[in-house]
Design a binder for this molecule. Sequence first.
Ligand code: CA
Length: 230
Amino acid sequence: MRLLLVEDDDHVAAALSAVLSRHGFRIVHARSGEEALQALLPADKEPFGVVLLDLGLPDQDGYEVCGKIRKRSAIPVIMVTARSDVRSRIHGLNLGADDYVVKPYDTGELLARIHAVARRGSAVEDTGATPLAALRLGPVHIELPTRRVSVDGNEVQLTRKEFDLLALLAQRPGVVFRREQIISEVWRTSWEGTGRTLEVHVASLRSKLRLPALVETVRGVGYRLVPPSA
Ligand code: CA
């Protein structure tokens, strides 16, 4: 698998490249945000499976780079940073990062996370190739293959995680999904701090769809989707 390593510290990059190469990854190293974005431009090469993105870069903030990557690609992004506070994690995940690893990290854990997001990335592509049905819930129309959502025929722009969350709840309208279950399915993680992220995404879904009652909070348990009357 090709992996784009965005890291301005050559020592860190060399050490990490050595480990990752031993595990079968083909590393392309970018030292700045601009280099990273250039490397991701469509080429006739095999696409990258994962981006490992350091947040402290010389030319632009890693968050900014993540936002730009997400605007043009669904490639899995793992943020690697020394900033461990919950607010930073939420900010990163809201920008579309798939996971967040805090330095100093355990190499085994990093590898596990890379494999997890890469698996999911290819699963997304597989689903995209299958003409799966669309879901309709009153005025809400969810097209699974194209990941498009519209309300009363008007397309609504959702982030990747917002879509995943909506699609998950919409699979079984009326059924309560536990918080841990949602976090595990949408974020593929169980770390502390994701709970708040979940709340942020639910709030954002409610407001973007302009259907505040669509996703109901089941206090102490989780959430369920209440099918709106058409
Ligand atoms: Ca750095």
